[in-house]
Design a protein around this ligand. Structure first.
Ligand SMILES: Cc1cc2nc3c(=O)[nH]c(=O)nc-3n(C[C@H](O)[C@H](O)[C@H](O)COP(=O)(O)O)c2cc1C
Length: 198
């Protein structure tokens, strides 16, 4: 009886702490889209002009799912990963704060109330970018390859949806590492701006 009550108490505590952490459930991604893959490949480019327009929750959820979401019930992702290692993390920073993408639950885990976009504002066109994705991972080469697959998926999504995107390496990685409070064994690999160009 006591054991049973203990289990109930523990699950209540776990559920409460999950809620207290303030995870934000993302809407279901649009896994169909309207354009063909070949159209997206043909339209892909780096955009360096943005307008000041927010990205809605469904679109953001779809972008994150394309980057690193689960596409099979067995837990594998939209990108291939060496030895099936999940050594990539995707963060998103926007006006209302900074979050880590939790692919398992397709949700955002808040990591900071701060909008870290100013840290990426090293080129003029960044001023109106609504969302910056930050790819972090282990020091293994493979993590960089995984980031490349993820940013290509996002670039293709943007191209297919009349959005703009650009991969960005020109920012202070140490400052971002510190702002994300990453452990020493994790590194900031690359970032990607996503938004609207018209
Ligand atoms: C790893 C990587 C880092 C990049 N870093 C930057 C950057 O910091 N700033 C920028 O404006 N573009 C950056 N780019 C975008 C390139 O400038 C762009 O891909 C290249 O000029 C070719 O243009 P396209 O993507 O339109 O074909 C980067 C691209 C890659 C793949």
């Amino acid at each position: 009886m006591f054991k049973f009550l203990g289990v109930i108490l523990m699950s209540t505590l776990i559920a409460t702490s999950a809620l207290a952490a303030g995870e934000i459930k993302l809407p279901h991604p649009d896994k169909v889209g309207k354009k063909t893959l070949m159209h997206a490949i043909n339209m892909r480019k780096s955009s360096k002009i943005y307008i000041n327009k927010e990205i809605d929750a469904v679109t953001l959820g779809t972008i994150l799912w394309a980057a690193y979401g689960l596409n099979r019930s067995t837990g594998e992702r939209t990108i291939p990963t060496a030895m099936n290692q999940k050594d990539l993390s995707v963060y998103v920073t926007k006006k209302d704060g900074t979050y880590k993408y939790d692919a398992d639950y397709h949700q955002l885990i808040p990591v900071s109330k701060e909008d870290l976009r100013p840290l990426f504002n090293t080129q003029e066109y960044m001023a109106d970018v609504p969302v910056v994705l930050i790819y972090t991972g282990s020091k293994e080469d493979y993590a960089s390859m995984h980031a490349g697959s993820a940013y290509q998926n996002v670039g293709l999504f943007a191209a297919a949806n009349e959005m703009g995107s650009v991969v960005r390496g020109y920012f202070d990685k140490e400052a971002v590492h510190k702002a994300l409070n990453l452990p020493v064994e994790e590194r900031v690999i690359i970032s990607q701006a996503v938004g609207y160009t018209q």
